[in-house]
Design a protein around this ligand. Structure first.
Ligand code: E4P
Length: 220
């Protein structure tokens, strides 16, 4: 399974990739705007924070087909091997088809339904990101859409990959993992919450104290 970080926080990317094999980093225009660093400065900084490893994903911003293709080419010039995120809209499908013909890898994003996601993949995208918490917020069922999309991928295009996105709680992410989701992009706070149970720290402290009380040292 692949775990990615969904953030523009370079310090957090460095911290977490120092303790865990983060597979990649995703951003979107809102995430980049929140951080304030211009995207073309941010992307090399993220790549460096990952130690030059990992796959980076950045999204086009233009509303037109020509503009999105231009955005995609600029992104690829800035970071080699970057995967371009393209929303699955009528224009976006055309862009995915054209970028695929140019050999530029894409991720089909802004996905709220399984059939929408499948169209993005069949147009040529290698990855697809259903928006779990946004689907839930609309009264839908995010994990169910993930499950349907996985099933469509297995049946129609098993070489393609799902990267579930848009998480607001660890439980939402866990539910996707439980249904067998093979890729997931997590905001930093959700990653940290997976390992933040205070009981863990208390248990480790107790081990240290009991060892110290008997052997009067804190190593083996
Ligand atoms: C991922 O790449 C998506 O753009 C992102 O997870 C969307 O998250 P949001 O719903 O919190 O904006």
């Amino acid at each position: 399974m692949k775990i990615l970080l969904d953030t523009s926080d370079v310090k957090a990317i460095k911290r977490i990739s120092g303790m865990f094999p983060v597979w990649g980093v995703t951003t979107n225009p809102a995430i980049v705007a929140a951080g304030g660093t211009p995207l073309f400065d941010l992307l090399p900084a993220i790549r460096d924070a990952m130690g030059g490893k990992g796959t980076l994903f950045a999204q086009v911003i233009s509303p037109t087909v020509e503009g999105m293709i231009d955005d995609a080419q600029k992104l690829r010039e800035r970071v080699e091997n970057l995967v371009v995120k393209v929303p699955v809209t009528p224009c976006g499908l055309k862009v995915i088809k054209e970028l695929t013909a140019q050999g530029i890898p894409t991720l089909a994003t802004s996905v709220y339904g399984a059939a929408q996601g499948l169209l993005g993949l069949l147009a040529g995208a290698q990855y697809v990101s259903p928006y779990v918490s946004r689907i839930d917020a609309q009264g839908g069922n995010g994990p169910e859409v993930v499950s349907e999309l996985q099933s469509l991928i297995s049946t129609h295009c098993p070489e393609k990959e799902l990267v579930a996105a848009s998480f607001k709680s660890p439980r939402q992410a866990l539910e996707c993992m439980l249904i067998g989701c093979k890729g997931i992009t997590l905001p930093v706070d959700i990653f940290d919450l997976f390992i933040a149970d205070p009981a863990v720290g208390i248990a480790v402290k107790q081990f240290e104290e009991k060892w110290q009380n008997t052997f009067h040292q804190n190593n083996l």
